[in-house]
Design a protein around this ligand. Structure first.
Ligand code: TRP
Length: 335
């Protein structure tokens, strides 16, 4: 039996991944490498929706790719690539745009949120078609499962609808993928506002833990994390969201169940606990930062690794596109 195929993507829109990206996505992608036929990409076409400058996009794409490898994705076992290296993404996106209703695209809650933030009529068309490009990413590779956070569920539903619609209109072409919703237990919140998700777009710098950050500032941020009244280290989402977030972080990193951590820190107060959480984070991030810096210092090696991924991705994408082109009625090219 062939291994099920998984595919996911991460946007190169920051100068570092943060702890939420790592625990909520990248670490779980790594775990799927051996049991699945895995495709992971840096989605630079999607990043254009927020208008980075060319040097910024280049830098962030490199940093994202280097971090994926530094975190443990293996170019031999997985296909790790940059989306724009495979031209078929844009080609399939147009064809899927033509299968999508205005109302259907307009109902996407992320589009509504992002366009509301941009202000009336200021949102770009790219934000509107963003989920359709994402559908193209997924369907090009005939992915069986898409490991994403719960916030991507609606985009996955759209992808499934488009696959089914296309297959009905033009004949069997695409695998209809299922969402593989990543573990919510590992939902990480903002250190300064522990009821909000840790997020590059909404967290303050003090609220976010960057993978590439130096140990000093990392420790400081954890020590200054908003905690709750009282002094008991216990998980209580409602009354102690700050401590609960730190417990979740500690548990996710060390693999120790939360009740065991609660027992260990009983009667010790917040100070000792926070210090140990900070150490766990520093220990996790240090080697990743070092490997990332090494790869960023050797562009030829990074490019070589990405070329391996692009070649594997292109082979699959080209095969799907050949089918798509024939099924929609495009004329074959001579020769
Ligand atoms: N929209 C996804 C996010 O912001 C990123 C993404 C783009 C993606 N293409 C994808 C995720 C394909 C999974 C599969 O997280």
């Amino acid at each position: 039996m062939a291994r099920p195929r998984v595919l996911s993507g991460i946007q190169p829109t920051a100068d570092s991944f943060h702890l939420g990206n790592y625990l909520g996505a990248v670490r779980q992608w790594i775990a799927l490498q051996d049991s699945h036929d895995a495709f992971y990409m840096v989605v630079d076409l999607h990043a254009l929706t927020v208008h980075p400058s060319a040097p910024e996009l280049r830098r962030r794409s490199r940093v994202a790719a280097a971090q994926l490898f530094a975190c443990g994705l293996d170019p031999e076992r997985s296909s790790v690539f940059v989306q724009s290296h495979v031209r078929e993404h844009s080609e399939l996106a147009w064809i899927l745009i033509c299968q999508t209703g205005m109302g259907e695209a307009g109902r996407m809650t992320q589009f509504k949120d992002k366009s509301a933030k941009a202000g009336e009529n200021a949102a770009g068309v790219g934000l509107f078609t963003y989920p359709i490009l994402q559908a193209a990413d997924i369907l090009l590779y005939q992915a069986d499962q898409v490991p994403v956070g719960a916030d991507q569920k609606q985009h996955l539903e759209l992808t499934r609808d488009l696959a089914q619609r296309f297959n009905t209109r033009y004949g069997p072409t695409f695998t209809v993928p299922s969402a593989f919703i990543l573990k919510e237990v590992e939902k990480i919140t903002d250190l300064q506002d522990p009821t909000a998700k840790m997020s590059k777009s909404s967290s303050s710098p003090q609220g976010i833990l960057d993978v590439l950050e130096q140990p000093g500032p990392l420790r400081k941020k954890v020590m200054r994390a908003v905690t709750d009244t009282g002094s008991e280290v216990v998980a209580d989402e409602e009354n102690k969201p700050g401590i609960t977030n730190l417990l979740r972080i500690q548990s996710a990193i060390t693999g120790t169940p939360i009740p065991e951590l609660e027992a260990r820190y009983a009667g010790q107060g917040y100070g000792t606990f926070k210090k140990e959480v900070a150490e766990a984070i520093v220990e996790l991030f240090e080697p990743i930062r070092e490997r990332t810096e090494k790869l960023l210092g050797d562009e030829a090696e990074l490019d070589r690794m990405l070329a391996i991924g692009a070649a594997k991705a292109r082979a699959v994408a080209a095969e799907t596109m050949e089918k798509v082109r024939a099924n929609v009625g495009f004329l074959p090219t001579a020769g």
